[in-house]
Write a protein that binds this ligand. Structure first.
Ligand SMILES: [Fe+2]
Ligand SMILES: [Fe+2]
Length: 185
């Protein structure tokens, strides 16, 4: 597996998901809900793989990119903070759309730097065997990450299923929340 192509594929996938979110009306619907969840999962795994595997590889193999790597780590921190915020934003909160917009501009900027400045130098400086080995490790880490994410969401939906009966009584009914929104407007 070509590690650079795999990372670029992740980038395209997240860009498409953000576009899908924008087109879904970002209205707290089931669709928008699922897209936000997938964006958080995809970006969390992608940043983990880069930080644990790809960036240390670049630092070791292409020392002239050290400053770019340090900058990338700082940018990841910003993205991770935005993801945390997004995760805790209620799906009918109007700030969701704005927060996604801020995430988008940060992600696009970061992706552009990786693809235009970092990846070409890595391809130029590293031998095919080293890249091949990185690609294999990347694939393994990704598979482990995907399995862990699936396990987490399966156990979450299991516990939601069990407690949904009890929780429902305390929930504000949709009709009621619409009324209070109208009053607020
Ligand atoms: Fe990155
Ligand atoms: Fe990346």
């Amino acid at each position: 597996m070509d590690p650079i192509e795999a990372l670029k594929e992740d980038h395209r996938k997240v860009e498409q998901l953000i576009e899908q979110f924008e087109m879904s009306g970002s209205d707290g619907s089931q669709d928008a809900n699922q897209i936000v969840k997938t964006i958080i999962e995809e970006l969390t795994l992608h940043t983990q793989i880069e930080e644990k595997l790809v960036y240390p590889f670049i630092s070791e193999q292409v020392p002239e990119l050290e400053e770019n790597v340090l900058e990338a780590i700082e940018e990841h921190q910003i993205v991770k903070n935005l993801l945390k915020e997004l995760k805790s934003t209620k799906r009918d909160d109007e700030r969701l759309k704005v927060r996604m917009k801020v995430l988008k501009s940060n992600v696009l900027h970061h992706v552009q730097e990786e693809e235009n400045e970092v990846f070409p130098k890595v391809q130029e400086s590293c031998g095919p065997e080293d890249l091949e080995e990185l690609g294999e490790r990347l694939e393994q880490m990704k598979m482990r990450g995907v399995r862990a994410t699936r396990r987490r969401s399966a156990s979450k939906s299991g516990s939601r299923g069990r407690s949904s009966g009890r929780k429902q009584g305390r929930k504000t009914t949709p009709a009621r929340s619409q009324q209070s929104r109208r009053r607020a407007a």
